[in-house]
Write a protein that binds this ligand. Structure first.
Ligand code: NAD
Length: 273
């Protein structure tokens, strides 16, 4: 591949798995990785048709894609999913562990079931996906012609890995957990040239936070938290994922890339110095 082609399609020949790829941020990441040349496995938990449609769109545009169902909180299902991807495309080079959900409640009212559900999907789900991907990276033939790193993992975190969030303690705990899981794993596998990073989105317009942007009044209140003055779109996160998956970020590991329009800049202090 010559340099011009590598710039246009930096992930050509590589295989990516995106969990929760049938909606929101995951769907944006799927399309961007495919446009960058990767074959993409679109994981879904329940939205099978949306995942299959995304895969069809990629194939119709000349790319390679499949839809793969799995509950990321289920160990056997995750291992089977990675085996299915490997069987179809021959290898795995990139994992975007993106699946996540919220079950919001005031702390005193939060049920154990809602605590466990969020930790199971958001944190244990990422652990299981990272472990399965890591095992695959270590088992397969190295392809330095495709990528300098032996494998790349991108964990979808949140600004709530650092911003406390009243009424969402389970969610914030899961994202804080992702941060240190990601860094510990990055430290452990850097000698094998496996890169592990996270993206911390701010407020992105997706189904998970519809009530925060759906009405004009809700959006106005949300914008008070965003110095850059706009709500983010899945494409903002997708561009960061392509960069973190490509050789352009080859010296980057163990870091969280905040893509948040300045939400973590303590905007409440802007005129109160
Ligand atoms: P979304 O609800 O559209 O996407 C979440 C995806 O996770 C869905 O496709 C859902 O089917 C999938 N999922 C849920 N449970 C699953 C399970 N058990 N197994 C497999 N998949 C499962 O919302 P989104 O905003 O696109 O969220 C994607 C990620 O981005 C999440 O991890 C979320 O915490 C994170 N995030 C989103 C925002 C935002 O503002 N939208 C901000 C920060 C972080």
């Amino acid at each position: 591949m010559d340099q011009a082609e590598r710039l246009l399609r930096p992930l050509a020949g590589q295989v990516a798995l995106v969990t929760g790829g049938s909606s929101g941020i995951g769907a944006g990441v799927v399309q961007a990785l495919a446009a960058a040349g990767a074959a993409v496995a679109v994981n879904y938990a329940s939205h099978r048709e949306a995942a299959e449609e995304a895969a069809r769109r990629i194939e119709a545009a000349g790319g390679r894609a499949i839809a793969v169902g799995a509950d990321v909180a289920e160990e056997a299902a995750v291992d089977a999913m990675v085996a299915q991807v490997t069987e179809r495309f021959g290898r795995l080079d990139i994992l975007v562990a993106n699946s996540g959900l919220q079950r919001d409640a005031a702390f005193r009212d939060m049920s154990l079931a809602d605590w466990r559900k969020v930790i199971d999907v958001n944190l244990t789900g990422q652990f299981l996906c990272c472990r399965a991907a890591l095992r695959r990276f270590l088992a397969q033939e190295e392809r330095p012609d495709l990528s300098r790193a032996r494998g790349k993992i991108i964990c979808m975190s949140s600004v709530h890995e650092v911003i406390p969030w009243a009424g969402h303690a389970n969610y914030a705990a899961s994202k804080g957990g992702i941060m240190l899981m990601m860094k510990s794993l990055a430290q452990e596998v850097a000698p094998q040239r496996i890169r592990v990073n996270a993206i911390a989105p701010g407020a992105i317009r997706t189904p998970i936070n519809r009530e925060a942007w759906e009405t004009k009044e809700a959006e106005r209140r949300l914008l008070e938290l965003i110095p850059y003055g706009r709500v983010g779109e899945p494409e903002d996160i997708a561009a960061a994922a392509v960069w973190l998956a490509s050789d352009a970020s080859d010296y980057v590991t163990g870091t969280t890339l905040f893509v948040d329009g300045g939400m973590t800049l303590y905007p409440g202090f802007a005129d109160n110095g």
